[in-house]
Design a binder for this molecule. Structure first.
Ligand SMILES: [Zn+2]
Ligand SMILES: [Zn+2]
Length: 266
């Protein structure tokens, strides 16, 4: 299958405090994507992450880098995105802290995030079992009901979720579940999501340019679970008319489909 874009890549903007985390510039991520005939999402961590979150003040500079990289490429191939964080059991996120809306919004649960009232602490998940999974699922559903989230990243990573309920709500609201190359869902989890109507996106979650567009584990997981290719929104046979929020990328995808060369299939 040919993948048209990799929506989930980080840059050095995800390393604002000097800790070793993500390296590379927007231009480098875009260059790596172009070499594979793909577009790319620049999805740094949202500002509520204590260590890796992008400062809201840096967002304008990031947006400029994305614009400059696209101009240098002579075509729009990079999207300004953000991997926002869930910040409470109520489903609040740090999307509202961003000074302006990204073109694509991802949402994930991460450790090391400033939690607001009714916090969702990672360590509680270790002994919370099903009750914690229900809370986490409700929080994610509340977030996608209220905010313009396009993709839920690595569902079930770090903390458990109820896959059937999450997949049903995501499908009803037009939100896509990610098959993350670093943290892919299991075959069983993917099957539960697919049976409940989920659409998916395959992403690298690259933290360095060399990893942009690397999806072998995620693609194998999708293949083993026999996920229909038309349910994978960055697969070249998806037609952007399923009523999903990412359908706004139809023009972006079409342009890549028509003009990119040198793509590889996975
Ligand atoms: Zn993440
Ligand atoms: Zn990420």
């Amino acid at each position: 299958m040919r993948i048209l874009f990799d929506l989930h890549t980080h840059t050095r903007f995800s390393t604002p405090r000097g800790f070793s985390h993500a390296v590379g510039s927007v231009a480098q991520n875009l260059g790596a994507a172009l070499a594979k005939g793909m577009g790319v999402g620049i999805s740094n961590h949202g500002p509520a992450h204590v260590v890796y979150g992008i400062s809201p003040k840096a967002y304008a500079a990031l947006a400029r880098e994305v614009e400059d990289a696209n101009r240098a490429a002579g075509k729009k191939r990079a999207l300004l995105s953000c991997e926002c964080n869930l910040t409470s059991q109520k489903g609040t996120t740090d999307f509202s802290l961003l000074p302006f809306a990204p073109e694509v919004v991802l949402l994930g649960y991460h450790k090391g995030v400033l939690q607001r009232e009714e916090p969702l602490f990672f360590w509680r998940a270790q002994r919370g079992g099903r009750a914690f999974a229900a809370k986490m699922t409700a929080a994610l559903i509340s977030a996608i009901e209220r905010e313009p989230i396009d993709v839920i990243t690595h569902p079930g990573e770090y903390v458990p979720v109820e896959y059937a309920a999450l997949a049903r709500a995501a499908a009803a609201l037009g939100v896509v579940l990610e098959i993350n190359d670093k943290h892919p869902m299991t075959e069983e989890q993917l099957n539960i999501c697919a049976e409940n109507g989920a659409y998916f996106v395959i992403s690298s979650d690259a933290h360095k340019p060399a990893r942009v567009g690397c999806f072998s584990r995620a693609a194998a997981a999708a293949k083993n679970a026999k996920i229909p290719l038309e349910r994978i929104v960055n697969c070249d046979i998806y037609r952007f008319c399923a009523g999903l929020r990412v359908d706004k990328l139809a023009g972006f995808a079409q342009s890549i489909r028509e003009t990119s060369t040198g793509f590889s299939t996975i």
